[in-house]
Write a protein that binds this ligand. Structure first.
Ligand code: FAD
Length: 496
């Protein structure tokens, strides 16, 4: 039996046609056209997870790489714009802050903006950190606009089912071949590499490189290759969600809502023609029936179908690339939907794969590099999500008492201590979340620094006050000119 790893990669087989599968197929078929054959196998009988509708700004970059037209994509997916996430009841019941996209304030080379803000606060300037962010102010006013002269950082809310169909059409137009069928078993070469997928119909689909997008089943990476899983449920104990779609509401806020409840949180994602709703909870602390009731009680418009339940475990696969198999999407692991990072992670994963593509055959060094980059990226996002649960003053339930007092990863403990003692935040390497993101969440959830950089304290008081005032005024004038989000959508990309 030949050793597959020496073979040039001429054919890629994508197993699974959820969002991850079609994202992978779209990128590979478009960017490797003429070099590599791309085949996707999916089973309509099994279906997809059907959630995953809130995104973060790098999705635009991914679309640019593929040459996807924004208006066409938004019309096809019932999409709306997203400027951030409104976190409600997280630090304390009644609290609200928005974690926005874009920049906040204007610091200097030596001192980041939060130091200016904190000094202003000490001098009695009555403004919140979010008052220095254009995207956040636009989000609060339910406004949105784009022009050649003003940059606005944004992402999308989209219909997951429509998005997969949109990417399927795109992929097929770039030569991807789709095979409908249930994967009954997976065959391997003598060295353990995957050789083929055997379908229930009897068809055999062989390939050189396999992309596992089979969702939580992880048919190739785990059921076949037994790669192993690192659980994170001791830090991220939510493990269930109950979801339902409702009729659209009177307003379309350009942000996702994440509302904490006593054993988890609830999302509201506004699309053009409906709202996505879900209640995330930890089954050790809340029963399914109470979760369902709580979801239904919190709905603002009529449900379009019966709520359905999903189960998951937070954690990551020990390797994302094992032998000739790369796991993308839920098969590679899952953090939490809280900061809408999953779609981004597999988009970035497929871009990383394109960068390191094993044209001459799978090499261990390529897989090692891919795994190192992916794991490092995911662990930083994991810390950011844990921060939301851990940094709270809520004492009203066993769930929050657990989260507030649990031991967090050392990497996160260090960030929190650094901010508490000195107001420093940082973005390390190619980390997804910028220091402003960390600062918004830490301040928004009541982590008040004891001190800040003394270089800003040496500025003349009037100069500092003027600097802060100018930023707020500029933002205020810019937001004033924006149309409402709803009006902008109507004119720019009415859904099909
Ligand atoms: P799936 O959608 O489960 O697709 C698996 C595919 O594999 C399907 O096509 C299925 O038919 C196929 N398959 C499986 N077994 C077989 C077989 N034997 N034979 C043939 N085909 C097979 N992400 C975000 O970015 N933003 C969010 O707001 C967000 N919210 C979420 C909320 C919840 C509660 C959860 C659980 C996840 C959320 N996610 C979110 C994550 C997001 O839903 C997923 O990352 C995304 O949908 C990709 O899923 P997938 O394609 O990996 O898996």
């Amino acid at each position: 039996m030949q050793n597959n790893s020496n073979q040039a990669v001429k054919k890629v087989v994508v197993a699974g046609g959820g969002t991850a599968g079609w994202v992978a197929a779209a990128a590979l078929s478009k960017r490797l056209k003429g070099l590599v054959e791309v085949v996707l196998v999916e089973s309509e009988d099994i279906g997809t997870i059907g959630v995953g509708e809130s995104t973060i700004p790098p999705v635009q970059l991914f679309h640019n790489i593929l040459g996807i037209d924004e208006q066409e994509f938004m019309r096809a997916t019932d999409a709306t714009f997203k400027l951030g996430i409104s976190f409600e009841n997280w630090g304390q019941i009644g609290d609200r802050y928005i974690h926005p996209f874009g920049t906040t304030g204007k610091g200097s080379f030596l001192t980041d903006f939060q130091h200016y803000f904190l000094h202003g606060q000490k001098l009695g300037v009555e403004a919140s950190f979010g008052d220095y962010c254009y995207e956040l102010q636009a989000a609060k006013a339910h406004k949105f606009g784009k022009s050649a002269t003003s940059n606005i950082s944004y992402a999308y809310h989209l219909d997951a089912g429509r998005y997969a169909r949109f990417l399927r059409t795109f992929s097929e137009s770039h030569g991807c071949r789709r095979i409908e069928g249930k994967i009954a078993s997976v065959t391997q070469h003598q060295n353990g590499d995957i050789k083929s997928l055997l379908l229930a119909s009897g068809e055999e689909v062989s390939g050189d490189l396999f992309i596992d997008c089979t969702g939580f089943r992880a048919l190739l990476i785990e059921q076949t290759l037994q790669t192993g899983f690192v659980p994170w449920d001791h830090w991220l104990p939510c493990n269930k969600a109950v979801v339902v779609q409702t009729e659209s509401a009177a307003t379309i806020p350009p942000y996702t809502r994440a509302i904490a409840h006593d054993s988890g949180w609830q999302w509201k994602i506004p699309l053009q023609h409906r709202v996505g709703n879900g209640l995330v909870y930890a089954s050790d602390y809340l029963s399914d029936e109470l979760a369902r009731q709580r979801l239904v009680d919190g709905l603002e418009t009529s449900a379009l179908f019966e709520p359905r339940f999903l189960s998951y475990q937070t954690g990551q696969r020990k390797k994302f690339w094992n032998k000739n198999c790369v796991a993308l999407g839920l098969s590679s692991g899952f953090i939490e939907p809280l900061e809408s990072t999953s779609i981004y992670l597999f988009m970035n994963g497929v871009v990383r794969l394109l960068r390191l593509f094993p044209f001459d055959g799978v090499r261990q060094a390529l897989a090692d590099e891919y795994n190192q980059q992916s794991i490092s990226e995911l662990e930083k996002i994991r810390d950011f999500i844990i921060l939301h649960y851990h940094q709270t003053e809520r004492t009203n339930s066993p769930f929050w008492n657990y989260c507030r007092t649990m031991q967090v990863p050392d990497s996160l403990a260090h960030r929190m201590e650094l901010f508490r003692e000195s107001a420093h935040a940082f973005q390390s390497g190619e980390e997804m979340f910028r220091l402003e993101s960390w600062t918004h969440v830490m301040l928004g959830q009541r982590l008040q620094p004891n001190s800040y950089h003394q270089l800003v304290a040496s500025l003349p008081e009037q100069e500092l006050r003027q600097h802060l005032q100018n930023i707020r005024d500029t933002i205020g004038r810019a937001v004033e000119k924006l149309p409402s989000h709803r009006d902008f959508l109507r004119q720019y990309c009415p859904a099909n």
